[in-house]
Structure formats: structure tokens, C-alpha cells
Design a protein around this ligand. Structure first.
Ligand code: PLP
Length: 224
């Protein structure tokens, strides 16, 4: 299957899930996750009409996307992986949306860089819905307070929440929890759902789905 064909299939599934959930067509944004895949694959997706991309490493994105963005200024790039504060400068310069704000140190570093660069990517707070010790994200019970603190202490507008459910758990309850926390925090974006569960996520209110392998194929980390 070509990237263009795979994109067509994913778009059809999204449309079906929107309809099933009684949501308007086009209410879900597809983020094509291009991590580990070469710039040529990104350009093939653009040729097929895909302009929103996700990468999980600042460094890797910095090798692929400056030239892509120079050629296609409407490309929107999302950082979906963990962010270290020493990468805040590069992240603010390169990304249009950052999904992984999860502690005060990162919020402070982003606020400082955004002021310095006068560039304002949209920000999402990552929530560790499964409360997994090894996983990034803020605990569910701290989420509403943290969103408030981002605004009141750090001067940051938070646009939404993001989660990655634990491997092996049924994802729907995690998606429902994220949707509920977003409602309580008063934020619009719900970034949830990957290749294996984006249909389920749309049923639970996802506004952004992050789909990689269903578009670009199997990821060979060994070669990356
Ligand atoms: C890699 C990744 C995805 C995409 O995963 P697929 O299973 O290939 O669709 C989505 N979200 C995050 C945070 C990722 O790191």
C-alpha cells in the first residue's frame, strides 16, 4: 500500500467514526506521525494532501522539517514526545503545537522561550491517565490545578490535554478520563488515539488523533 492509499483509508475510518459518534465531518484533526520515517515519506504524504505532522523527538524533527516547512509554509508540526527543558528553545522555534507539557520546569522554560522568540506554539498538557511510574505526564488528580498554574503562574494558555494509555489496557476508559479532565479544565483539544485505537478515541471525544504506522508502515527503530 502506498502512503497515499494508507492515508485514504485512515481518513475514511476517521470519517466513519465521526459519523458514528454524531460529530461533524472534519471535527477530528489527523496528525500523521512521521518519526523514524525519512523526509521523502513526509513529502509523499504532503503530495496526498496531508499537512499536519507529529514527531516525538526535537532532534529528529530538526533534521527533516525546516526544509519541508520552507517549501510548504502551511505544514503544521506537533511535538508529541517528552520535552527536556534544555530543548525548549529549539522546540519553540520549530513546533506549532507541543503536546507534552507536564511539569512546572517545562512550563517555565517554554514561557521564557516564547517571550524571547515572540513565537507562540499551542500547548497541551500530557496526562498520565494510567499513573504509570515510568511514563511522562501529570497525574489525573493534579491536572486541573496544573492547567490553572500554567495560566496564572507561568502566563501560558493551555489549549488541551494529551494521553497515551498503558499498553495492554482497554483504552476507552483512559480516553473518557481525558475527555472529562479537559471538560473540567476548560480546554478544547483532546489529543488521543494512535493507529490501534483512534476509532475508539474519536468515539470518546478526540479532537486530534496521532497516527503513525497505519500511514507510514512498520517502524524499524534499529535502522533509525
Ligand atoms: C509513535 C507515537 C504515535 C503513533 O503511533 P502508531 O501506533 O504508529 O500510530 C502516537 N503518539 C505518540 C506519543 C507516539 O510516540
Amino acid at each position: 500500500m502506498t502512503i497515499s492509499e494508507a492515508l485514504g483509508r485512515v481518513r475514511a475510518v476517521i470519517e466513519g467514526a465521526e459519523e458514528e459518534a454524531g460529530r461533524p465531518t472534519g471535527s477530528v484533526t489527523l496528525i500523521a506521525v512521521s518519526k523514524t520515517f525519512p523526509e521523502a515519506d513526509v513529502r509523499a504524504a504532503i503530495a496526498a494532501g496531508q499537512f499536519v505532522f507529529g514527531e516525538n523527538r526535537v532532534q529528529e524533527a530538526a533534521t527533516k522539517f525546516p526544509s519541508v516547512k520552507a517549501d510548504f509554509p502551511s505544514v503544521e508540526l506537533h511535538l508529541i514526545g517528552p520535552l527536556q527543558s534544555n530543548k525548549a528553545r529549539e522546540a519553540v522555534a520549530l513546533f506549532d503545537v507541543i503536546h507534552s507539557v507536564d511539569r512546572d520546569k517545562i512550563a517555565a522554560a517554554l514561557a521564557k522561550e516564547m517571550r524571547t522568540q515572540n513565537r507562540f506554539p499551542k500547548l497541551l498538557v500530557q496526562v498520565n491517565t494510567g499513573e504509570e511510574p515510568q511514563k511522562a505526564g501529570i497525574a489525573p488528580r493534579e491536572t486541573v490545578d496544573f492547567v490553572k498554574r500554567c495560566r496564572d503562574v507561568h502566563g501560558l494558555a493551555i489549549t488541551g490535554l494529551m494521553c497515551i494509555p498503558p499498553v495492554g489496557d482497554p483504552p476507552a476508559p483512559h480516553f473518557a478520563l481525558l475527555d472529562e479532565l479537559a471538560r473540567r479544565a476548560g480546554v478544547a483539544f483532546r489529543s488521543m488515539g494512535m493507529s490501534s485505537d483512534y476509532e475508539t478515541a474519536i468515539g470518546q471525544g478526540a479532537t486530534h488523533v496521532r497516527v503513525g504506522s497505519a500511514i507510514f508502515g512498520f517502524r524499524d527503530y534499529g535502522a533509525a
